[in-house]
Every structure is written in C-alpha cells, then in structure tokens.
Design a protein around this ligand. Structure first.
Ligand SMILES: *[C@@H]1O[C@H](CO)[C@@H](O)[C@H](O)[C@H]1NC(C)=O
Ligand SMILES: *[C@@H]1O[C@H](CO)[C@@H](O)[C@H](O)[C@H]1NC(C)=O
Ligand SMILES: *[C@@H]1O[C@H](CO)[C@@H](O)[C@H](O)[C@H]1NC(C)=O
Ligand SMILES: *[C@@H]1O[C@H](CO)[C@@H](O)[C@H](O)[C@H]1NC(C)=O
Ligand SMILES: *[C@@H]1O[C@H](CO)[C@@H](O)[C@H](O)[C@H]1NC(C)=O
Ligand SMILES: *[C@@H]1O[C@H](CO)[C@@H](O)[C@H](O)[C@H]1NC(C)=O
Ligand SMILES: *[C@@H]1O[C@H](CO)[C@@H](O)[C@H](O)[C@H]1NC(C)=O
Ligand SMILES: *[C@@H]1O[C@H](CO)[C@@H](O)[C@H](O)[C@H]1NC(C)=O
Ligand SMILES: *[C@@H]1O[C@H](CO)[C@@H](O)[C@H](O)[C@H]1NC(C)=O
Ligand SMILES: *[C@@H]1O[C@H](CO)[C@@H](O)[C@H](O)[C@H]1NC(C)=O
Ligand SMILES: *[C@@H]1O[C@H](CO)[C@@H](O)[C@H](O)[C@H]1NC(C)=O
Ligand SMILES: [Cu+2]
Length: 603
C-alpha cells in the first residue's frame, strides 16, 4: 500500500527539442572515447558495482569552446543498454546525437558503440551530460564546460580558477537499477536515497565518509568559478558555503546578471556558474547541500551532504569547519526567492529576444495521476499505480522504433498528433477538492505539432491531483525564457500583466511551484527558413515522468548512423509514403505537408 510517503519531487520532466537552422558549422573538433562499464565503489560503509563512464564517478568532464563540435564515441561494455544525452546542448539540426532512448535513438547495446556528434552553438558556461535510460544517470553523468568562443572573454572579470566542478548527486546503498525496477514493478514511489553527494562523496555527516570528504583547497583572495550541476535523481537542493557568498553569473549555459546570495536553489537537471571569492579568514568552511521539499505527505532524503573549503596557509591545527546557513526543507519562499532573483544579462553584448507576439499558447496541467491495478495490488494510493500526466495524457514510450526515426522516415502508427492546447476539463486545479474524474489519465503517445516560426508560450499548471508538489520541467536542446510564475491557478487576464519580458532568465529547466504555475516563452527564430515545423510530444516514463518534446524537422542533418532500424535490430520495411496522409485535421498548424518531402540533407 502507498503510505503517502516517498519521493517524487522532480520527476515530472518536460523535454523539448527545438532544432534551429544554423548557418555555420564549426570545423574545430575534438574526439573522446568513452567506455561505459561497471566499477566497484564504496560509500556509506558498503560496496557495490555501479555503471560508470571510464570507471569514473562522477564521470569525465567534457570541455569545449562555444562553437566547437565534439565527437564522443560511446562504447558500451556495461550490463545495461544505455544512451548518453547532452543536457542543455541545443544540437542545431542534429537530434540524432541528442540521446534520449526511444525518442531520438535506440539504446546502445552491450558490445556496441555509437559515435555522437555534439554541436555547441549558443550555450556557454556549465551544462552536463548523463545517461538517458532508466536510472542509469544516477551514476553515469558528468559536467560539460563550455568556455567562451576562442578569442572571446567572460562577461565578468576572468576568475583565477575557472574550473571547479561541484556535482551534486544522490547515492543509494542498493543497486539503483534494482530500486528503479522495484518502483516500476510496484507502481509506487522509488525508495528514498541514502545520501546526497558532492563530487561523488557524501561527506562528514555520514557514516564511513569523513576521510573521503571532497575538499577544495584554495588560496586567499582569489576568484573561483564553481561549475555546479544538480545531477540528483529527484532532489531539489539548497546549496551554500559557510561565510561566503556565491555570485551567480550563469544558469543552464546562459549568463545572468551577477547576483550575490548566501545560498542557491538548484533543481535536478539545472546547472549554475557561481563565483566564489576567497575573501574570508584563512580557515576551513563547509559547503553543504540538502533537499527542498514542499510536500507534507511525501517522504524525501532529508540528509545533508558536505564538502570542505580549506584555505592554504592555515598554520593552526584544523578545527571543525564552520557550518553554513541552509533554508529549512519546506521553505518555499526561500527556494523561489532565489529563482526569482535570476535575470538574463540582456545587455548590448548579450542581447536577448523575448517573444512578444505569441502565436501559439498552450496551457497544460502537470499532475501525478493514478492508474488502477488488478486487485489493487500496486504500491500507489489505494493500491493504484502512480502515473504522471500533462493535460490528462500519460505518455507511452514506443518500444519498437524511436520517435525520431518514425518521424524522419514517416513510419505510421508509432505516435499520434493532437496533444491538446488546454486541459480537457477546466477545474479548480489548486483547490481543495477534486472532481472524481481527474484521477485516471489517458495513456497515449501524443505529439503536438506546431508551425515552424511560431512564438510559443507554455503555462505549466500544477494541480492537487494525488499530491501537490514542485515539478522541475525540462526542455531538450533548447532554452526558454521564464517570464512568470505564481501561486494558485493561472489567470490568463491578470497574470501576464506581471510578466518579466525585459530580462527574464533563459533556462532549460524550470521549476513549477507547488500548487502554482510557471510560464515560459520561446521562439523559433530561424532566419532564412520558410518551411518547416516543430513538433512536440509528451512522454510517460514508467508511471512517473512526462517528457514533452518539440522538434523542427526540416534541415535535419544526416543521421549519424544511417538506415532504418528498429530498436531490436530488425530493419523496418515500412517506407515513407505519407503526403496526403500527413495532413492532420487535428493539427491546423501543419499547413505544408510537402515541406517534409524535401529534407535538404547536408554533409
Ligand atoms: C564500433 O562498432 C562498429 C560496428 O558496429 C565496429 O565496426 C567498430 O569497430 C566499433 N568500434 C570500436 C572502437 O569498438
Ligand atoms: C526499498 O525499501 C524497502 C523498505 O525499506 C526494502 O524492503 C527494499 O528492499 C528496498 N528496495 C531496494 C531495491 O533496495
Ligand atoms: C553577501 O552578499 C550580501 C548581499 O549582497 C552582502 O550584504 C554581504 O555582506 C555579503 N557577504 C559576504 C561574506 O561577502
Ligand atoms: C529525516 O527523516 C527521517 C525518516 O523519515 C526522520 O526520522 C528524521 O527525523 C528526519 N530528520 C530531520 C532532520 O527532519
Ligand atoms: C515547515 O515545517 C515546520 C516543521 O515541521 C512547520 O512548523 C512549518 O509550519 C512548515 N512551514 C511551512 C511553510 O509549511
Ligand atoms: C503577430 O503575429 C501574427 C501571426 O504571425 C501576425 O499576423 C501579426 O501581424 C503579428 N503582430 C505583430 C504586432 O507583430
Ligand atoms: C485477484 O484476486 C482474485 C481473488 O483473490 C484472484 O482469483 C485473481 O487471480 C486475482 N487477480 C490477479 C490479476 O491477481
Ligand atoms: C482512497 O480510497 C479512499 C476510500 O475509498 C478515498 O477516500 C480516497 O480519496 C482514495 N485516495 C486516493 C488517492 O484515491
Ligand atoms: C479554488 O480553490 C481555492 C482553495 O480552496 C479557492 O480559494 C479558490 O477560490 C478556488 N477558485 C475557484 C475559481 O473556484
Ligand atoms: C482523462 O482520460 C481518461 C481516459 O480517457 C478519462 O476517463 C478521464 O475522464 C479523463 N480525465 C479528465 C480530467 O479529462
Ligand atoms: C539489450 O537490448 C537487447 C535487444 O533489444 C535485449 O535483447 C537485451 O535483453 C537488453 N539487455 C538488457 C540488460 O536489458
Ligand atoms: Cu536534457
């Protein structure tokens, strides 16, 4: 039975992929060879085998300059079929290398390898990469550092040390795949993790962890650029450094106006560039992170991970480090006060272009619903199975062909169009009582097609269905402006009046407040492109996550690995026929079916 506990913070994710036509293709290239394999790690007094890249946890840092193209050959010698995803990399016209399994590619099987071409276009700063199959990303992840374009500089004084990854993670003593499989099987929430980690280490406050606590040794009066990644599976985290401010200068691979804070909030999937000035007395200071969790019914990992900031030149014996301020677990005001303090740089050198003339509006609920189970045998409420939904649709992942393949080669029957622009029944989303009918969602592989060039606004509306909670939402391969957020139900007349259309932050992951809403805008600013479309779909992963993808099909680059393949290796016989069939009456946005016949391939 579901006991109203456990952790599904952070699990409704929205993934969207918008491919922009890009006029130049940088010739700079870099080759990486990654071997996915098992390695034994000991944490919290016990050992286990985890999946890694090159035996490392966290995995290797990928470095590039803005505009570079990098090739990563991923060789799978591990025990799971996996894919690798470049989180926050827009990958213009190149979804073939983006990574989400069954969405843009089939999993890489044992013994097989796949060369991914990673094209760095607009993003600059810290982002990250991770496995994108089941829960493999819990240990298969690492930072991506995108330096300014060769010859260009940071929009702030060059730090003395530019490269200090701070990877926040979560550790389970059990095999994470077993935790995942158990949660899929029983339909409830996954077991709560046993620790949070900083650079793979839980830190002083956990058993058997003290000697290995991550320690950053610094010189006094220098500037260190922290490259913070929240790689946790489901914890929104507060992070701070005792007696030091963090000056945030970028989030999600996009610069911000510098903002000095004594703590930051970071959702799973989010990244941050923060300057740390070592302007305090020589000594030792803790860095610490712990969860923000707003729900009163869902249990979460309430442990605190620490690392140590140690100044060089400390002559006295090391005393206990000073502990930092961290907001309390349920401090929603502090969590969102930080998010609200972020502003795009929006100056002459880093201009922004917030869409003002919105041509496609979408209001979508994001809910955690329940599906009935035979004999009420599942672990969700009243024996049901938890299942996330958007506008009452729980996305079903196809298992035979990935969606990109189906899209590119016009294979019918893999997905359907017609994802609704607004919730099917409007109800008091954040009220106290629910009409009974909202509990069970519709299960489908539905895609929303949007005319290329549209200015899109999406309002994510949290609901009280099953249990209200904060939801981080992520768009794939594209960043969006977070123009507004608020409590309760979105009011389409009043709330837009308070939008920030001047310098809203540009992010790839937004956090929708508990029982509230968040509005984002993005634009297909693709000069010279007349035909094309963007499409979007929604995805349900194992009763838990919703992915929502946007993609522009025209001007795709050539697939990395040619040929039409199904995910179990058989060639797909069904060829593209389309044309007439492709015009979808449900989707008035699609006006030019011929455009998809003429995909200009390059290379
Ligand atoms: C990668 O796989 C291809 C065929 O799938 C094979 O020809 C090639 O040798 C493999 N490369 C490596 C480095 O294993
Ligand atoms: C999850 O937690 C339950 C209760 O503590 C435990 O019985 C079960 O073995 C755990 N599952 C895994 C995979 O660790
Ligand atoms: C941190 O920033 C705040 C606000 O800008 C400032 O008042 C405070 O003095 C700073 N603290 C340190 C240690 O720099
Ligand atoms: C953390 O959670 C555990 C288990 O639910 C609980 O016993 C403990 O009191 C909590 N600790 C804090 C500091 O809230
Ligand atoms: C946060 O939790 C504390 C302790 O359980 C409680 O007293 C307080 O009312 C809660 N605050 C909010 C905003 O829920
Ligand atoms: C807004 O976009 C629509 C559709 O593209 C266009 O017809 C209209 O002229 C635009 N309005 C402004 C003020 O740009
Ligand atoms: C449900 O319970 C009934 C009666 O106990 C049993 O006969 C039936 O096999 C169960 N069905 C499933 C799917 O477990
Ligand atoms: C569980 O069942 C009880 C009794 O039928 C009902 O009151 C409650 O709303 C149900 N809870 C959920 C989450 O469906
Ligand atoms: C929705 O429910 C909330 C909380 O019960 C209430 O304050 C609000 O007035 C309701 N809104 C509408 C439109 O009924
Ligand atoms: C959601 O879809 C299910 C299945 O089609 C339907 O039974 C239910 O009434 C729908 N709920 C809402 C709120 O539209
Ligand atoms: C990997 O994929 C192959 C082909 O679909 C399948 O036969 C195999 O069972 C998968 N391995 C694992 C560990 O899931
Ligand atoms: Cu991503």
């Amino acid at each position: 039975m579901w006991s109203g506990k456990r952790d599904h913070a952070g699990f409704v994710q929205i993934l969207s992929l918008l491919l922009l036509y890009f006029l130049f293709d940088c010739t700079a290239s870099n080759q990486y060879h990654w071997v996915v394999k098992e390695a034994t790690y000991t944490r919290l007094c016990s050992s286990k085998k985890i999946l890694t890249v090159n035996g490392k946890f966290p995995g290797p840092v990928l470095r590039a300059h803005k505009g570079d193209t990098v090739y990563v050959n991923v060789h799978n010698e591990g025990s799971h079929n996996i894919t690798i995803h470049w989180h926050g990399v827009r990958q213009p016209r190149n979804p073939w290398s983006d990574g989400p399994e069954y969405i843009t590619q089939c999993p890489i099987q044992f013994g097989d390898n796949f060369t991914q071409k990673v094209i760095f276009s607009d993003e600059e700063g810290t982002i990250w990469w991770h496995a994108h199959s089941d829960w493999s990303r819990a240990t298969v992840h690492g930072a991506i550092i995108v330096y300014p374009k060769r010859g260009a500089s940071y929009p702030f004084p060059k730090p003395d040390h530019e490269e200090v990854p701070i990877i926040l993670g979560q550790w389970w003593k059990s095999d994470v795949m077993a935790v995942f499989e158990e949660f899929v099987r029983n339909g409830g929430d996954p077991n709560v993790s046993d620790a949070h980690t900083i650079n793979g280490q839980p830190g002083d406050l956990y058993p058997c962890s003290s000697p290995d606590t991550f320690t950053l040794v610094v010189d006094q009066n220098k500037a260190y650029l922290l490259r913070i990644v929240n790689a946790a599976m489901n914890s929104i985290l507060f992070f701070s450094v005792a007696q030091h401010n963090l000056t945030v200068v970028g989030v999600d691979g996009s610069y911000t106006k510098p903002v000095a804070r004594d703590y930051v909030t970071i959702s799973p999937g989010q990244t941050m560039d923060a300057l740390l000035l070592t302007n305090q007395q020589v000594g030792q200071y803790y860095m610490a992170a712990r969860a923000y969790s707003s729900s009163t019914v869902i249990t979460f990992d309430n442990t605190t991970t620490t690392a140590i900031l140690r100044y060089n030149g400390n002559s006295a014996p090391f005393s206990t480090p000073v502990f930092p301020y961290l907001p309390y677990y349920n401090d929603t005001n502090s969590a969102f006060n930080f998010f609200d303090s972020l502003r795009s740089l929006a100056n002459k050198d880093q201009p922004i272009d917030v869409p003002l003339n919105i041509t496609r509006r979408i209001l979508t609920t994001i809910s955690v619903n329940t599906l009935p189970c035979p004999n009420n045998s599942c672990a969700g409420p009243n024996g049901t199975r938890l299942s996330a939904s958007m506008n009452n649709i729980s996305f079903v992942t196809p298992r035979t062909v990935d969606i990109l393949e189906a899209y590119h080669y016009h294979i019918h029957g893999v997905y359907k169009k017609g994802f609704p622009n607004s919730p099917p029944p409007v109800f008091n989303f954040t009220g106290e009582t629910l009409p009974f009918l909202v509990q069970i969602p519709n299960r489908a592989t539905k895609v929303k097609v949007i005319k290329y060039g549209a200015n899109v606004e999406i309002v994510f509306q949290g609901t009280i269905v099953t249990a209200p909670i904060d939801h981080p939402m992520h768009l794939h391969g594209y960043s969006f402006f977070i123009v507004g957020r608020g409590p309760g139900n979105f009011d389409e007349n009043e709330d837009p009046l308070n939008y920030n259309l001047v310098d809203p932050p540009l992010r790839n992951t937004a956090t929708v407040p508990i029982s509230g809403w968040t509005a984002i805008r993005f634009k297909a600013d693709n000069p010279g492109v007349e035909r094309g479309r963007r499409w979007r779909r929604q995805r349900w992963i194992n009763g838990f996550a919703v992915l929502f993808e946007t993609r522009l099909r025209s001007w795709l680059r050539r697939p990395v690995r040619g040929g039409r393949r199904s995910c179990d290796g058989f060639m797909i016989m069904q060829e593209a026929r389309l044309a007439a069939n492709f015009q979808d009456p449900e989707d008035p946005d699609v006006r030019d079916p011929k455009s998809i016949l003429s995909l200009p391939h390059e290379e």
